[in-house]
Every structure is written in structure tokens, then in C-alpha cells.
Write a protein that binds this ligand. Sequence first.
Ligand code: HEM
Length: 481
Amino acid sequence: NSPKLPPGPYPLPIIGNILELGQNPHKSLAKLSKIYGPIMHLKFGSINTIVVSSPEIAKEILQKHDYAFPTRITTAATQAHGHHKTSVACLPAGSQWRILRKICKEQMFSTQRLDASRGLRHAKLQKLLKYVQECCVNGKAMDIREAAFVTSLNLISNTLFSLDFAEYNTGSSQELQEIVHGVMRVMGSPNLVDYFPILGWFDPQGIKREAEYYFGKLLAIFDGIINQRQLEMEQNLVSPRKDDLLQALLQISQGSEYELSRNDINHLLLDLFVAGTDTTTITVEWAMTELLSNPHLLSKAKRELLAIIGENKQVEEYDISKLPYLQAIIKETFRYHPPGPYILRCKDGNEELEINNYIIPHNALILVNIWAIGRDPSVWPNQNSFEPERFLSGEIDIKGHNFELIPFGAGRRICPGLSLAYRMVHLMLASLIHNFDWKLESGIKLEEVDMTEKFGLSLQKAVALKAVPLERLIKPVLHIS
Ligand code: HEM
């Protein structure tokens, strides 16, 4: 009865189970878990990997034994520009990580800060609506992903730097979109170098080179902005006083409470920028895709908005709590299309740990497959159907307490941007559906909407959603500033 490793497919010599991963590792691992169970052991090169696919075992790892798993794996891609040495997303949960999390919470994500920046988000939403209105007049299909990306990008870039980074339909967001998706792709792609460090020098898939390129592009943009701001501060030109994260970080770096170098600031901005734009865009695009493919759900959502918000009012952040169906749509989107398919952790220390009568080796990589949990028929009836109604009782939240739905992770490393993301995605989706009617681009039938996923650190829709906005018969008043 002595504990043993969890079951799993037999590993081949040297390469182990790498060939099992395929193009869509989240799906391949979900399939394997049907054979080997909710806790599996696989070997990728020399790395012992424990794959978890049930809410109960996810809870054991992320809540009960949270302290045994303080790090994420340092991959070759995260080492580009020394990112792993200072990044809040890569550092082990030690003192420097705690300082960065504290700064983010105090300066960006506290309720007080978020309430103070509500006006900014409202203004950016008005810009989005103005753009949709223009598309409506032209009668042309618009690219929902591009619109959601430009909005998310400007919401984040204004919170960080008080700057708009892109304009709608000008192609100005394209390069940044490519960079952000590039970062997510290279960070998420299985890389032989991570399993066989000896290959590091050759970088056979070119992933490290790509990571150097994408990180370098973003770091150069941030460098320019920081230089400019420092100059303005030296010359007392920061007027009206900027109330953004960069200003707070530069002031902290000049004070004595925390040690925060210019390099720390640059890499923290990179983490927040990348983590905040892609995930929110993906959520809004998938939610719109599901609603357009299920018109009865869309009209139910519109009826709720009309009843609660009224014909002539815009949705505001404080309305979200009064919109249970909208909240249920977002939860269902997170269940069915989690923006991040996995949660990754590494086992700390030299001791082994026992979970469910199985040994977790001391250096194991833990991969919680939240995509598989979201589609598990023993957890979710009608698991392959998009049904927001399942969340209407409101018992399940997304804050890391209910392990059947953990799109933001759980435990100490839970996403620090959860509250901001919550406001952004609800507000964007509600504004799009409250102010306009929608139809799919011409020639596309409901059953033909492409639902293919593109695998990376985030799970994007493979083909961008295009849809035509239509004048709503009853028009709310747009206040365009
Ligand atoms: C729909 C939107 C979002 C989703 C689904 C999401 C999801 C996640 C997930 C699953 C994690 C890993 C948590 C874990 O390991 O337990 C994470 C970490 C993180 N997220 Fe988010 N996120 C979103 C939006 C944001 C936003 C808006 C920001 C900031 C502007 C942000 C910043 C971060 C950072 C910095 C981390 C790393 C935290 C750490 O390792 O300590 N995220 N996110």
C-alpha cells in the first residue's frame, strides 16, 4: 500500500511522453485523463509532470498544499531579456514577489484605485461605441477581436501610462497585437529546450530567439515612455499630475520603502501589459461568438439590459451586480473557453508530497488543466453546450473558491488583475450588446461559425470573429466625449 507515482502513459526512453502532447496539449491531456484518471504522471524529457484534471485535486494542490508549490517553471522563453529574474509572474513566491504583488494591489487593483479610475474606463468605452456606430452607418462587418483588443489595450495603457496605444480600424494596433500574441504563443509553446536543457545553445525551434524579439520590442517601447516621463518629472512638467501606475512606480523607486530598480519597473509593466490585454480580448471575443451563434441567448441578455438599465442609459460599472444573466454569460464563457487553459506550479523543496495516495516528486511540474475541468461531464451536465443558465443560482464564483471554475487560478498566485478584468469584460460585453443589434458577416450561417481554438499560453479563437452591428430600434443616448 505504499504510495506510488500517479498513473500515466508509458514514457519512451529519453523523450518520455512528449509525443503525446500534439498540436493542442490541453485536449490531448484531457483525453489521457479519461484513461488514467484525474491525477496523472507524465515525463517530458527529464521533467516529472503531474497533470490534474478534477476540481477536488486542484483544490488539494492550489489551496491545501499551496505553500508546497510556490513557483512557476522557468522556461527558456521566460529567460529572454532576463525576464524570469524580476517578473512577478515568474519569480518564486518570496520577498521580491510579495513586494511586487503588494505594489500592484495598492497602486492599481484596490477597490479604491479601481473606483477612482472608473471614469477613464467609461471614456474608453464611449470611444468603442463611437467606432461601432461608424461601422453601423457603413453597414460593414467589423472585426470584433480588433475592436476588443484596441479597447483592452487602451484601458490597460491608460492605467499604466495615461496613453492611448492604438486607434480603431487604422492598423495601429496590429503590430502590438502581433507582439502580445507572439509573447503568449512563445510562452505557451512546448519547447524541446525546456525538456532537454543541453539543446539550449541551439534553440532548435527558435522559441528563445522569438521571445527575445517580442520582449525586446515591448521593453523598448516602455523604455521610451519611462525616459520621457522622467524628463517631465525632472522639469516639473507632469501636469496635470499623472495618476497612473508608472508615476506611482517611479515615486516608489525614489523612496526608501521598497527597492525597485528601473529594470524591475520595466519588466513589471511588461507582465501587466501582456497579461491584461490578451486575456480580456479573448473573453469578449468568445462571449460575442457564443451569443451570435445562439441568438436566443443574445436576446435574453438584451432583454435583461433593457429591463435593468433602460432604453436610454449606458451601462456603468456599478450596474454589473444588477445583471445576473450578463454575469452568467461571462462565467459560462470562462468555463467553456478559459482564456488560460492551464495553471502551472512547481513543487518546492526536496521532500516528496503525498496527494490522493500518490507521490508528487520533489521537483515536479504541476499542470492543472482547467480546460479539461470545464468540459468534464461529471462536473457539468451538458458540458458541450453553452448554457449561461447553469450559473443563474449564483453559487459559483470565479474568485478561486470553487475549483470547478478557476479561470483566474487560485491560492497565493491567483491573478492579481481579477477585479480589473471583471469590470473590463462585463462592461465591454454589456455595452456592445445593449447599444446595437448584431448579425454575422454575410454568408456565414449560425452553424458555420468557426469555433476552432489556437493553443498558446492563452487560448485564442483561431479565426477572428467578424459581425455587422445594426442600429437598435430603440436607441440609448451616446455621450461621446
Ligand atoms: C479575463 C482576464 C484574465 C484572466 C482569465 C486571467 C487569468 C490568469 C491566470 C489563470 C493566472 C495564473 C493564476 C495562478 O497561477 O493561480 C494569472 C496570473 C496573472 N495575471 Fe491574470 N488574467 C486576466 C486578466 C489580467 C489583468 C487585467 C491583469 C493585469 C493588468 C493580469 C495580470 C496577471 C499577473 C501579473 C499574473 C501573475 C501573478 C503571479 O504569478 O503572482 N491578469 N491570470
